[in-house]
Design a protein around this ligand. Structure first.
Ligand SMILES: C[S@@+](CC[C@H](N)C(=O)[O-])C[C@H]1O[C@@H](n2cnc3c(N)ncnc32)[C@H](O)[C@@H]1O
Length: 224
């Protein structure tokens, strides 16, 4: 039976699949890594780090990496990957005005609007002044694309401007997830509303599938 991830607290069920998503790693993680000239010595927090594949890559690039995830099972995987002292077990433990860089990948698109605001407020508080956040998720502009190299998407029938949930099947790992679509403008307003400055909106590299031009992910670059 195909695994189905419908709620934010079920992600540990696909931790193994997330560790092996090579196309996603080559597209998303690589684009993100290239945004920073040198990771060496940077204080980095991975917020919603999952099994820690990107976190450990940044650690190998010389960053001082800490990680947080709401899931106990993911935190246990994180501890094994990035070290026991480097994983926070609660958002209340996160140090304030501390991090040079905070990344939050593929988390906001699976949580409620209230939780988006809560996470972004935590991120702003934990960044040091002048610190930068990279917040990424599936590109809202491809909400009506039935197939990409990563996903088969069920048609939602909803418009781009409407916040809505939709189902898709992840090709890498073959599991089904529920994600939330929100337009780019909606996210921009929330990020700016919580006191962050929008520096850039980065897209992962474009490719073509079945006559559609696709950029899989959008990454917001924000400054405190
Ligand atoms: C799709 S996975 C992404 C994992 C990783 N960031 C990556 O890029 O592969 C989403 C992760 O967010 C975590 N998560 C969900 N809600 C969260 C919240 N409110 N705070 C922190 N982590 C959360 C889940 O436990 C899961 O590990």
């Amino acid at each position: 039976m195909v695994k189905s991830i419908d709620f934010q607290n079920q992600w540990h069920q696909v931790a193994g699949e997330l560790e092996k998503e090579n196309i996603k790693l080559m597209s998303y993680d690589q684009t993100l890594i290239e945004q920073v000239e040198t990771w060496q010595g940077k204080k980095v927090l991975d917020y919603g780090a999952g099994p820690g594949v990107l976190a450990v890559t940044l650690q190998r690039l010389g960053a001082d990496v800490k990680a947080y995830d709401i899931s106990l099972e993911m935190r246990s995987k994180l501890e094994q990957r990035v070290g026991y002292g480097n994983v926070y077990s609660s958002a209340t433990e996160l140090p304030k005005n501390y991090f040079d860089i905070i990344i939050c990948n593929l988390v906001l698109c699976i949580v409620s609007e209230e939780e988006v605001e809560n996470i972004m407020s935590n991120i702003r508080i934990c960044l040091k002044p002048g610190g930068v956040a990279f917040i990424g998720f599936c590109n809202p502009k491809i909400h009506n694309v039935a197939e990409s190299q990563l996903d088969f998407r069920f048609f939602s029938g909803r418009h781009y401007q409407e916040n809505h949930t939709y189902k898709k099947i992840k090709k890498e790992g073959l599991y089904e997830i529920v994600e939330t679509h929100r337009p780019v403008d909606w996210y921009s307003k929330v990020f700016q509303g919580c006191g962050l400055i929008l520096l850039d909106i980065i897209l992962t590299p474009e490719y073509k599938i079945r006559d559609q031009r696709i950029n899989d992910f959008t990454i917001f670059k924000l400054e405190k």
